[in-house]
Design a protein around this ligand. Structure first.
Ligand SMILES: Nc1ncnc2c1ncn2[C@@H]1O[C@H](COP(=O)(O)OP(=O)(O)OP(=O)(O)O)[C@@H](O)[C@H]1O
Ligand SMILES: [Mg+2]
Length: 333
């Protein structure tokens, strides 16, 4: 599809340029031909008469000189036009390729995104359909029906979560994310997120620490989005840290930025994967992973950070743990 568009655009650009150059050359030739006519002879005559006489022979020489100059101009224009026929399509091809490259990249990303979404939707739907089919294939006991319905409810909840995440990202892409900034007490917000994840972390015997320099600290942002951002980061730290590990959440601030660090003693991320984990549906070695995620959590974090004019970075080493650092604009009250 893009190759065809490339060829078409190259042809259109080349034709437009070649026709314009050809029209310019013909125009220039006729204009020069006109200039070498009567007025040219009388100009030479005037100049010569200042110096001395101007006879019939001089007129003939001036006419021949004019014809030779015109002939040379014709040759130059022919060579230039010939050269353009080769040069222009080559330049046009390179230019259109450069112009279309970002469009093609976005198109490929969209295609990949749609196929990932279809894949992720198919898995829970197939599980639900399979379980319902088994449950309905013959008469079953009430506990059997209950179990089938409970499992279906769990898959439906996962699907709702997936669709909500996709909607969030799609709204961000279209710039339709309504974001009303307010002064948010980030110390309080992170404290609440940590409290909500305390049970999950103690089930894995992971110690969750919160260190803060000053209290309270305010940033400009939207409360629900910021809660989602830190929930995703701290939740990931719990998911990807083996039992009995440690997680430190620390907060520091200056006049410009407030920095939140989420550091864990988890499995770590290899350098080549550190660039990719913020991509949609990207999961590091999902087959080995014990967790059932979609690979959207960090893409959502990135989108939230962009909306808040902040920054997110990751430092990690395989087997040694990861540190996610978030910078958000501080509110100086
Ligand atoms: N703290 C961490 N330590 C090690 N690996 C991590 C950490 N956080 C993220 N990752 C890796 O990055 C991948 C992408 O994370 P992301 O949060 O986007 O998706 P997910 O956790 O797999 O699924 P979900 O959509 O439920 O969040 C994870 O699958 C994991 O491999
Ligand atoms: Mg996650």
């Amino acid at each position: 599809m893009f190759k065809k568009a490339n060829i078409k655009l190259t042809l259109i650009y080349s034709l437009l340029f070649l026709i314009s150059f050809w029209v310019f050359s013909v125009g220039l030739y006729f204009w020069m031909e006109n200039s070498f006519g009567e007025s040219y002879i009388s100009e030479v005559q005037q100049k010569r008469e200042v110096e001395g006489s101007f006879d019939q022979r001089d007129t003939a020489i001036a006419t021949v000189a004019g014809d030779i100059a015109l002939d040379r101009l014709k040759n130059i224009l022919l060579v230039l036009n010939g050269g353009m026929v080769i040069l222009v399509p080559a330049v046009a091809w390179l230019m259109t390729r450069r112009t279309l490259a970002p469009v093609q990249r976005i198109h490929d990303q969209q295609k990949q995104f749609i196929s990932d979404v279809a894949h992720e939707l198919r898995t829970p739907l197939s599980i639900m359909a399979g379980e319902l089919e088994v449950a309905l294939s013959r008469d079953r006991t009430v506990p059997d029906y209950k179990q089938a319905l409970t499992s279906n409810k769990e898959e439906a909840a996962r699907l709702i979560n997936l669709v909500e995440n996709l909607l969030f990202l799609a709204r961000g892409d279209q710039g339709r994310q309504t974001i009303e900034f307010e002064k948010v007490d980030i110390t309080d917000l992170i404290g609440n997120v940590i409290a909500s994840l305390q049970i999950e972390s103690s089930n894995k015997k992971i110690s969750l620490h919160f260190e803060t320099e000053t209290e309270p600290t305010f940033v400009w942002g939207q409360m629900s989005m910021l809660r989602r951002l830190f929930f995703n980061l701290i939740h990931n730290a719990i998911l990807y840290t083996p039992a009995e590990g440690n997680i430190w959440v620390s907060l520091s601030t200056n006049k410009q930025y407030t920095q939140v660090e989420v550091k864990d003693t988890g499995i770590g991320i290899s350098p080549e994967n550190q660039e990719k984990i913020f991509n949609r549906f990207y999961r590091v070695d999902s087959s080995r992973s014990q967790t059932k995620g979609y690979g959207l959590g960090l893409a959502i974090c990135k989108s939230i950070i962009e909306l808040h004019h902040g920054r997110i970075t990751v430092h990690s080493a395989l087997g040694q743990g990861s540190t996610f650092t978030v910078l958000l604009p501080t509110v100086n009250s």
